[in-house]
Design a protein around this ligand. Structure first.
Ligand code: MG
Length: 336
């Protein structure tokens, strides 16, 4: 039931636009302006020499940052549909028709709305985002994590970015109060001008999520650009070893697998006070480094375990810098 889709923000309808959310100025964590537009962007290539290093924290949304699928907070109640019956029906149709479950749910949402005689447009979805509930501490997490890194690293040397990759709906995410905390948001999205029912414009499946991990890794966040061209590991702007992925269940397995197999990190979360069996399964299977309750407050187990991974990443960055300096020193000596 955690499975549904959502998408990313930015209503930009241009095909060359990304999904992206609010791009932020990395060097300062100032409060995001509500409008932050997101434009896809291309991370700068690693500079000659030892330039600034970027750490990326990448989050799933439903079940990871918020307790329930985002459509359950406003969309389904508004059209008078029971959430559990909706997902059951959607999954049944997908199974019977051999259809993609995410496309099926995106279609069924609007089919149900139409049957109820309720028109929900893009702006309505953004408004619905304001009703999405977040786990404890999510609102302060971003600043606290940034502050933790700042304590250990010079802002000139290291920057932290937060990314969201969700099968959910971009417009709903756009309405949440944390939307602008993300450097970029990749999520499923609708065309709103497609005949009388919105039509899926971008669908981000479980395995499809991994594409966006590589986009972050390679600095190719503009969806108009192909992600498939070869890029040597050494020139990728954000190595997987500098990335941490946060997810809550089976739908995150492909992303966690990509992270861990490429030297990256993953943390699995469960709702506070709720069963943690799924997390234990993921942990035992080596899908994640740690698991913890989705309590994002400073000092929580999740905060402490995330900080441990950040400390390791920062130590690696210092080691890499020292090696680079040493190599350079040897190089200049050899040329004499
Ligand atoms: Mg989830």
């Amino acid at each position: 039931m955690e499975r549904v889709a959502r998408r990313a923000r930015d209503s930009d309808t241009s095909a060359t636009t990304t999904t992206s959310p609010a791009r932020r100025d990395d060097s300062k964590s100032k409060a995001p302006s509500k409008k932050a537009p997101s434009q896809s962007h291309r991370a700068e290539p690693r500079k000659q020499g030892y330039g600034k290093r970027t750490i990326a924290l990448v989050y799933d949304f439903d079940g990871t940052l918020c307790p329930r699928p985002m459509q359950e907070y406003a969309f389904l109640p508004k059209i008078g549909v029971d959430a559990s019956a909706f997902w059951k029906e959607s999954n049944r149709i997908a199974l019977e028709q051999g259809a993609d479950p995410l496309i099926t749910y995106m279609h069924l949402l609007y089919k149900k709305a139409k049957a109820a005689g309720i028109r929900i447009d893009r702006q309505d979805l953004v408004e619905q985002g304001r009703q999405v509930e977040l786990f404890p501490g999510v609102m302060t997490w971003f600043d606290e994590i940034d502050a933790h890194v700042r304590k250990l690293a010079d802002a000139e040397d290291v920057v932290v970015r937060h990314y969201l990759i969700s099968s959910g709906l971009a417009e709903i995410i756009e309405g949440t109060p944390i939307y602008n905390r993300f450097h970029n948001v990749f999520a499923s999205e609708y065309w709103f001008e497609a005949y009388d029912l919105p039509y899926p414009k971008r669908v981000i499946t479980d395995t499809g999520k991994t594409q966006y991990l590589f986009r972050i890794n390679k600095g190719v966040e503009n969806l108009a650009q192909s992600i498939n061209q070869h890029m040597p590991e050494a020139v990728r702007p954000i190595p997987f070893s500098h990335m941490i992925y946060f997810g809550d269940g089976d739908t995150d397995v492909p992303s966690m697998a990509v992270m861990r197999k490429n030297g990256g990190h993953a943390i699995s979360v469960h709702a506070p006070g709720k069963p943690k069996e799924k997390c234990i399964d993921l942990f035992k299977a080596g899908r994640c480094d740690f698991f913890a309750a989705a309590d994002y407050r400073k000092g929580s187990e999740l905060f402490v375990r995330t900080s441990l991974l950040l400390d390791r990443i920062l130590a690696d960055i210092r080691v890499e810098a020292e090696i680079w300096k040493l190599s350079r020193a040897i190089g200049s000596k050899d040329t004499k």
